[in-house]
Design a protein around this ligand. Structure first.
Ligand SMILES: Nc1ncnc2c1ncn2[C@@H]1O[C@H](COP(=O)(O)OP(=O)(O)OP(=O)(O)O)[C@@H](O)[C@H]1O
Length: 336
């Protein structure tokens, strides 16, 4: 649905070209929730702003539904923008207008004049985001999470097929973040909207995204299904994001296990295997012993996964690792 083709973007700063994006080439499929993660300055905002041409590429094309949007005439550009909603970190609501007026604003901007039709549409949008009771309040009377719900209702007003989220949960506490992400997932499921989320938090990606691109200094250094990237990160930048999300410090881990005898292995369980009694079974079969050093069970979107760091001792360790791998457990030897 959205295709970046050899995108380069630089900004002119004090007479000098400063590169922000350097050769971006990937596509986002219709109906997916796609995450773009990167540290500050990596180029995330620039990349997402190319999708509605708030920024233009210095080189390369952005295709939406096969059309090169950089070549659109003004009228085409207006239509394109109407089909793309956007929500922001600081909500960008009009403070002098009520919740209902904020949501009605893009409809009026699009030329809709039929007051009862606008009223009905606004009521439906507020019901969808759970704000029916707050229609006549002003933004200053709302919590952060409620403000972002207004932002979402407003972004959906013109029935876009793409929703861009620029650090939409970064100003919210963890619980409010979860409820806003749940709402985005629901909208994606029920309306089939394509959602592009930019964030610097791996937890946001893990909770809601189908695929993720990791952006570092204007380049995509890793891209794939979230389970793949999250559980088996390849690039150092991705690994740092994953460790941050799990609140683990890589150096500390290695030191912690220094005194533990045996082969230290990380096991990753996905889907149904997460809850199966695999480890005990394999230990009985092979006569090995194990001690659990670290572990967690969590979810990537709706799918459970587990990761255990284990020290194996005994003569049958090789056989045990083979049996685990045969049962679709991913085995990574951290210390031979
Ligand atoms: N309008 C601009 N003029 C000049 N330089 C810019 C402009 N916008 C962004 N940049 C530069 O481009 C690079 C990428 O910025 P961008 O805002 O896209 O990154 P980001 O990953 O979204 O960072 P953040 O999370 O801090 O917003 C940075 O070096 C930034 O300083």
């Amino acid at each position: 649905m959205i295709r970046f083709q050899n995108i380069h973007k630089s900004y002119l700063v004090a007479g000098k070209d400063v590169p922000a994006l350097a050769g971006i080439d990937f596509e986002i499929a219709a109906g997916e929730v796609f995450g773009i993660i990167g540290h500050s300055g990596a180029g995330k905002s620039t990349l997402v702003r190319l999708i509605n041409l708030l920024e233009r590429p210095t080189q390369g094309q952005v295709l939406i539904d096969g059309r090169d949007i950089t070549a659109l005439p003004d009228a085409g550009l207006r239509d394109l923008r109407r089909g793309i909603g956007m929500i922001f970190q600081h909500f960008n609501l009009l403070s002098s207008k009520t919740v209902a007026e904020n949501v009605a604003f893009p409809l009026k901007l699009a030329g809709l004049r039929d007051a009862p039709a606008i009223k009905a549409r606004v009521a439906a949008l507020l019901a969808r985001v759970g704000l029916t009771e707050h229609a006549d309040k002003y933004p200053a009377q709302l919590s952060g999470g409620q403000k972002q719900r207004v932002g979402i209702a407003r972004a959906l007003a013109t029935e876009p097929s793409i929703l861009l989220c620029d650090e939409a949960t970064s100003a919210l506490d963890p619980q409010t973040t979860r409820s806003v992400l749940r709402l985005l997932a629901e909208i994606n499921r029920e309306l089939g909207l394509t959602i592009v989320i930019i964030t610097h938090e791996m937890d946001v990606v893990r909770t809601v995204c189908d695929r993720v691109a990791v952006l570092d200094a204007g380049r995509v250094v890793e891209l794939g299904p979230v389970a793949e990237v999250f559980l088996h990160p390849q690039h150092p930048t991705t690994r740092r994001f994953v460790l941050e999300a799990e609140h683990v410090d890589e150096g500390e881990q290695v030191d912690d296990y220094a005194h533990v005898p045996g082969r230290v292995v990380r096991l990753t369980f996905k889907g149904d295997a997460t809850y199966a009694p695999v480890l005990g079974d394999v230990a009985r079969n092979t006569g090995i012993d194990f001690s659990i050093l670290a572990g967690r069970i969590d979810r990537i979107k709706e799918s459970p996964y587990g990761q255990l760091t284990v020290a194996f001792t005994g003569d049958g360790v090789d056989a045990a690792l083979q049996q685990l791998a045969a049962r679709r457990i991913t085995v990574e030897v951290l210390r031979p």
